[in-house]
Write a protein that binds this ligand. Structure first.
Ligand code: ADP
Ligand code: MG
Length: 703
């Protein structure tokens, strides 16, 4: 029997929770902190000193030696720079660990070394990190020791956001203000704010670390750049929800414990569709904290893997031919007096507030489908979106039968008089309870699906921050709410006006609703007929950030300035080019130094065999045929390699960053595919013993 684990006790043991503040802070300071957390505002310098001291004392009691402002630059991952609590010793040589309010509130990392899209040149490198009081500080413990991590926003000297958190916080304020206007219209006078809640389901792969270390492509790029399919893939559907193997199970157990200590509510775990693929979902929470926690989940997944001799791959497409990984971003809006604005209740057809919210979301998603698509764009996700396993690159909304029927009635008649009911689920077994059926089946192929009391945005990449998608969601829905409130607040007859508006929006934006198979070719054609954008790649999506429509939206709610949007577009191009360049160089390196030499050696031994067999007077036709086949593929691979090298050099010489990114996508990436094809064929032709790197079979079936 394993020892009982006291989850209640370890939960949040490494977090400086509100509870710990209550214990350790003077009442007045605690109240000040709590008020700012809930309502915004600035902590007074004297209170900040008190909080800093309490935080430091707690951290030091728990073994901390350093603190860091933990932030989320545009690299998509987190950044930290450690400072010890050490101070100048007194004349007797005694040193006292200290941490001031100033140090808590503000940090000054060099901003020029992070992607800024031209916002920060090296000669004007100043950037600030600012304490985010709404996300609790926590302790990270690893080989470096124990570090107090303070979640912060990161901005430039002139106040431009250089990170994923600042715009998210701005968007949360925007959606709160606009959503409040909507609930007020329906007589809710108690709510003081509306909170966007997010529950991200995180997919990941685990591979054996020793094998991982034998593959340069996994090390440098996170995905396999070569690799013939294993004889078995995911066709038997035996991995999804399958029994969790011992090694993986002990990893999951450790992972949960580490996450619980960090206050992350790791809740659900299961095997995913592809071999070696798994998923973890926490319980949903405030968007800002969900984003921070998702970063911690990703970091912890990687860290814990090391302890089990495993490596966690978060890339969206580590292996060709089997499913890639994504993140399902579950999103809803709740008032602080307990109303989920996305809860349709038992009779959605009569729930006017819900129908208005739904109509506004239809409007928001249709109007800004391009931006939503962009918010889920990252280099790895280009392999996934539209590739018959993940949502297509086309944004549409799945409402389910019941709501779709309500929308249809409203569009046709302005009334939704009846409701499709779920009915009973009969199993045909007398000992099994008959269940109430949901009125709606699930749809796994939709990028934006209504799932009962929330929307599930399924496009997000597994390695990406969920900051951008939630910023965009909040922004576009805030805009729709604002426009609706502008009209309805002025209406003489509210009842009439709201009915008209719901009908108008649902009619106008109905084209965004699609309940069918999002993976089918028919949908691509149908979506084109409907005029819905189909943005296939990250580089094509980048320009959507700076359209007039986008600038107007984000500036209106103070989420991004035009300059910030331009910088983000630029960062997208740079990131893309750099990533593809690394992939191309890695491919060249592997092909040149590992694969081609191995194949050449093999042809030599085959040739020797041919000669020997012939000399012995036997028929060497099979050996000769194989030798010819391999030699032909080898020649193909060699010429593709030369072509790729040439394309890479050409790309490097392009000075316009947008043109360069498109060149990487259209020319370099295509050349990479051309090299991969003959190499993968060679893998199938030569002796396994001579293949220089672990195969797909080794990697995903032998974990
Ligand atoms: P699925 O069946 O889609 O795989 P999971 O249970 O794996 O569902 O994940 C669902 C996620 O949605 C969880 O993180 C859950 O906490 C979250 N969720 C549930 N209700 C809401 C809500 N109202 N708002 C936001 N997220 C929610
Ligand atoms: Mg799930």
């Amino acid at each position: 029997m394993s020892q009982a684990l006291n989850v209640e006790e370890i939960f949040a043991s490494k977090v400086f929770t509100l509870g710990k503040m209550k214990e350790r802070l003077p009442r007045s300071v605690y109240k000040e902190v709590k008020k700012i957390m809930e309502q915004g505002g600035e902590l007074s310098p004297s209170a900040a000193d008190v909080v800093a001291k309490a935080m430091k004392d707690w951290a030091v009691e728990n073994g901390a030696t350093h603190y860091t402002h933990w932030f989320q630059p545009l690299t998509g991952i987190t950044a930290e720079k450690h400072d010890a609590f050490v101070t100048h010793p007194d004349e007797e040589g005694k040193m006292l660990m200290e941490f001031s309010g100033k140090e808590l509130i503000k940090g000054e990392p060099d901003a020029s070394s992070f992607p800024s899209g031209g916002l920060r040149a090296t000669f004007e490198a100043r950037g600030y990190t600012v304490w985010d009081i709404t996300s609790p500080a926590f302790l990270k413990e690893d080989a470096v020791g124990v570090i107090l991590c303070i979640p912060t926003a990161f901005c430039s000297y002139t106040g431009e956001a250089l990170d994923k958190k600042t715009p998210l916080l701005r968007s949360m304020e925007a959606i709160s203000q606009q959503a409040l206007r909507i609930v007020r219209l329906f007589g809710n006078t108690e709510a003081t704010k509306v909170v966007a809640s997010v529950g991200p389901e995180q997919e990941y792969f685990l591979v054996d670390r020793a094998k991982y270390l034998q593959r340069e492509d996994l090390i440098f790029t996170g995905r396999t750049l070569f690799g013939a399919p294993a004889p078995k893939g995911q066709e038997l559907e035996d991995h999804y929800f399958g029994t969790i193997r011992e090694r993986i199970g002990s990893y999951m157990k450790d992972l949960n414990i580490e996450l619980w200590k960090l206050g992350v509510t790791a809740k659900t775990q299961h095997n995913e569709v592809a071999p070696a693929q798994h998923e973890l979902a926490p319980i949903y929470e405030t968007a800002n904290i969900a984003v921070d926690h998702n970063q911690l989940i990703m970091e912890t997944m990687k860290k814990v893997a090391g302890r089990h001799g495993l490596t966690c791959l978060l890339h969206e497409k580590p292996f060709a031919g089997v499913n890639g990984s994504g993140k399902h971003d579950n999103w809803s809006l709740g008032t602080d007096n307990g109303v989920n604005m996305l809860d349709p209740g038992d009779t959605p057809n009569e729930n006017i507030q819900f129908l208005l919210v739904l109509a506004c979301i239809m409007k928001a998603v249709d109007t800004h489908a391009d931006l939503l698509r962009q918010s889920a764009a990252d280099v790895g996700n280009d392999h996934r979106l539209g590739a018959n396993e993940a949502p297509p690159a086309i944004i549409s909304i799945f409402l389910g039968e019941q709501l779709e029927d309500v929308v249809k009635q409203l569009v046709e008649t302005g009334e939704a008089a009846h409701l499709l009911e779920g009915g009973k689920l009969e199993t045909g077994v007398s000992t099994l309870t008959d269940l109430e059926k949901d009125a709606t089946d699930r749809n796994r192929t939709s990028p934006f699906a209504f799932t009962g009391n929330k929307f599930e945005f399924r496009m997000v990449g597994s390695a990406d921050s969920i900051g951008s998608p939630n910023t965009t969601l909040n922004a576009i829905v805030a805009e729709a709410f604002c426009e609706a409130a502008d009209i309805l607040e002025q209406a003489e007859d509210f009842e009439l006006a709201v009915h008209d508006l719901i009908k108008e929006y649902m009619t106008k934006y109905q084209r965004i609703v699609f309940n069918g198979d999002g993976y089918s070719d028919e949908w691509v054609a149908e979506a084109a007929r409907r005029g819905l954008p189909n943005i296939k790649s990250m580089v094509e999506a980048a320009a959507t950030l700076t359209t007039e429509k986008a600038v107007k939206l984000f500036e209106k709610f103070g989420i991004f300035t035009k300059v910030e949007l331009e910088s983000r577009e630029e960062v997208t191009y740079e990131t893309y080019s750099k990533s593809i360049n690394i992939e191309a160089l890695t491919m060249i390196d592997m092909a040149k130094k590992q694969i081609l030499p191995a194949v050449i050696k093999y042809t030599k031994s085959l040739a020797d065999t041919v000669i020997a067999v012939k000399e012995a007077g036997a028929d060497a036709s099979v050996q000769t045929e194989l030798l010819n086949e391999i030699s032909a593929k080898l020649a193909e691979a060699k010429s593709a390699l030369v072509k790729l090298e040439k394309a890479g050099k050409e790309a490097a010489d392009i000075s316009d960053i947008k043109k360069q990114a498109f060149f990487y996508k259209d020319v370099v990436f295509a050349a990479m595919e051309e090299l991969r094809t003959p190499v993968d064929q060679l893998e199938m032709l030569v002796d396994k013993e001579v293949w220089p790197v672990p195969t797909y079979g080794d990697l995903i079936f032998e974990v």
